[in-house]
Design a protein around this ligand. Sequence first.
Ligand code: NIG
Ligand code: FE
Length: 416
Amino acid sequence: MKLLIKNIKSLVQTETQAQKKVVGSAMKQLSCIGDAWLAIEDDKIAGFGKMEDWEGISDWTNLEVIDASDKLVMPSWCDSHTHLVYAGSREQEFIARIKGKSYEEIAAAGGGILNSAKLLEETSEDELVAGALIRLNEIMHQGTGAVEIKSGYGLSLEAELKMLRVIKRLKTLSPLTIKSTFLGAHAIPAAYRGRKEAYIDLLINEMMPRIAEENLAEYCDVFCENNYFTPEETIRILQAGKKHGMTPKVHAEQLSNYGGVLAGVKCGAISVDHLEYVGDTEIKALLDSSTMPTILPGAAFFLSLPPPPARKMMDAGLALAVASDFNPGSSPSGNMNLMIAICCIQYKMTPEEAINAATINSAYAMDLSETHGSICVGKQANVFITKEIPGYGFIPYSFGSNFVERVILNGKVVKD
Ligand code: NIG
Ligand code: FE
């Protein structure tokens, strides 16, 4: 099967050689080709160039041609941080917050993550798959082509395995590329209140071996925060995860400057995520590491948190990734177009920086930058065609709209 997209107004984020990530001031650059063509063969990008250099079609067998006049072609968004397998919803907590309660107060009263854990316990694996497929379909229509999904609303051996088995099934059911993360250390479950040590033992001694045995997770994540897991506990859990083949990730510096970034860097985390309370010490540590700092504008926006110092991090020479954090408590949206808009509007990132953050750098944060995150020959053919828009800056500018017209994943048109 071959696909040719011709007369493309602008082919965005092209690379002649695949880069692992884009760092610091290089994030200001976004390589584009005007009046371009893109060829796809089977599930891979086969070639691209300017229309004037196009040699025409010699073999029409199994070839589909799409005319993209006045439209852009972009690499699919990569969303390296979500919790999109969940049960029910939490708009009652949202309303309580509108009336003045804080996220922390709601959590301390048994709401928050524990609320989602209770709902998930009552929901079957099949129902969870069905709910998650609806959300995957929604983000696919908004341009996302690769996504990481975490457990962490189970908080017991059986329920964590249930979540991770759901993610495993989603990998076969959805055309999106999916990565799986074990986040048993998301909260201390009600049954272990006052016995955190015993819960950590359960995570390490019982959950991890089973997860490794069934090959259910590529990553291990910890919510490193006051009233959740300390930096020391985070390191212990992540080191144990590494022994079971899971690469570390951390929920870090979201509600306070608590030490999650340093813990993550120490363990060689692939990414540290949130970062609202990052300071100079964390920036310095990240500069000496291969860890991808990842901001989650949906959660900061929805919880009215202070903005992460995105500008300062990039100006210091750091790479930056952006992800949605799609979850029922702190970011009930997985719309990467909106995440990019918040990056530009509130964090003063340029559209180029935001697009690099949402493609190649977010791909890096889930070990996908060799195959995803840019238009490069040999990469997975995961792209979208926009509606007729003036340029890529129009996407964050017209926030709240969806300009994704057609989606191509693994070389196949999945949205027409
Ligand atoms: O990434 N910070 C911790 N975990 C999630 C929120 C989970 C929830 O409230 O359900 C987050 O924001
Ligand atoms: Fe999260």
